[in-house]
Design a protein around this ligand. Structure first.
Ligand code: MF3
Ligand code: CO
Length: 289
């Protein structure tokens, strides 16, 4: 479909097309002929949406900063859930995970060999030497944000601390590969190779996602070498970088009792870090971490 230069842009900015995404569409056309997979239009956020998602992301980051000061030996994950639920509301938001596809809590708390989606519970107490991923997601004025960090509890064995550090580095190295008209493949291969170099395994079945207007949007993003070699990043896209890295093999299973908690099959620890990123005209902006 051809849009007239003076018509309103498809992104919803209420700007004239020629002043908004006309040049973007020219690039898209060329990239397609070069054999790349270009982002769908609905993946591209306009400035008003970006501003809203940025605000939501600030709240999410504030909540994680707050949790970071509270984590201690003897604390239950139920307490973490309560703190996050209260803090989110205090900041004017709603926990995005609460009620999401039947999920019962305001946060995911994943300890040691829990890969992700651990459900907070009165029974889960933090012990000296544990690692715990706290995955926070917020809805603020209908805009979604999502990020997570893995915290060390007390004295963590050096080899486990290294897993947490390398996983963070995987995320940071992936972030450096975010730029307009670069492929997701670059990011994924950098992450996978760095994990492998340390003898770790990236979880293949669970990945990142577009985010902002909904909790989980397209595209799904894998962090395995070979993923997205033709799939382009473009300005206005917002997605998460959230590799889950296992110390042992990549095998995982979902706990049947609750249908949520994902464990490593070999019982070895798994770590994860997640940031929410906007692709800009020149590179990227971290919207939540
Ligand atoms: N926050 C997770 C993510 O990073 C999704 C959790 S879904 C929930 O995508 F329902 F378990 F919260
Ligand atoms: Co996520």
């Amino acid at each position: 479909m051809k849009i007239m230069p003076n018509a309103l842009c498809w992104c919803g900015s209420k700007q004239k097309y020629k002043r908004c995404h006309m040049n973007y569409d020219r690039i898209v056309k060329v990239k397609k002929t070069e054999g790349f997979v270009v982002p769908k239009k609905k993946w591209i956020k306009n400035n008003a949406q970006i501003e809203g998602i940025r605000e939501s992301g600030k709240i999410n980051t504030t909540i994680l900063d707050y949790v970071a000061t509270k984590i201690h030996i003897g604390m239950t994950t139920e307490e973490i859930d309560r703190l996050i639920c209260e803090k989110t509301k205090e900041l004017g938001g709603i926990p995005a995970s609460l009620g999401y596809q039947g999920y019962p809590k305001s946060v995911c708390t994943s300890i040691n060999d829990v890969v992700c989606h651990g459900i907070p519970s009165e029974k889960d107490v933090l012990h000296d030497g544990d690692i715990i991923n706290v995955d926070v997601s917020t809805i603020y004025k209908d805009y979604y944000s999502d990020s997570s960090r893995t915290f060390l509890v007390g004295n963590v064995k050096p080899e486990v601390e290294k897993l947490v550090r390398v996983t963070k580095e995987c995320m940071e190295l992936g972030l450096k590969e975010v730029a307009p008209w670069k492929t997701f493949g670059k990011m994924s291969s950098v992450i996978d190779k760095y994990a492998q170099k340390h003898g770790y395994t990236v979880v293949r079945q669970i990945g990142g996602h577009g985010v902002g207007l909904e909790f989980h949007e397209e595209p799904w993003i894998g962090y395995i070498d070979g993923f997205g070699e033709k799939l382009l990043m473009s300005p206005g896209m917002i997605f998460t970088i959230e590799p889950m890295i296992n110390m042992g093999d990549g095998e995982i299973y979902v706990y049947e009792e609750d249908d949520w908690t994902v464990y490593t099959s070999d019982g070895l620890p798994s770590a994860q870090w997640e940031i929410m990123v906007l692709v800009t005209e020149t590179g990227y902006e971290v919207l939540a971490w």
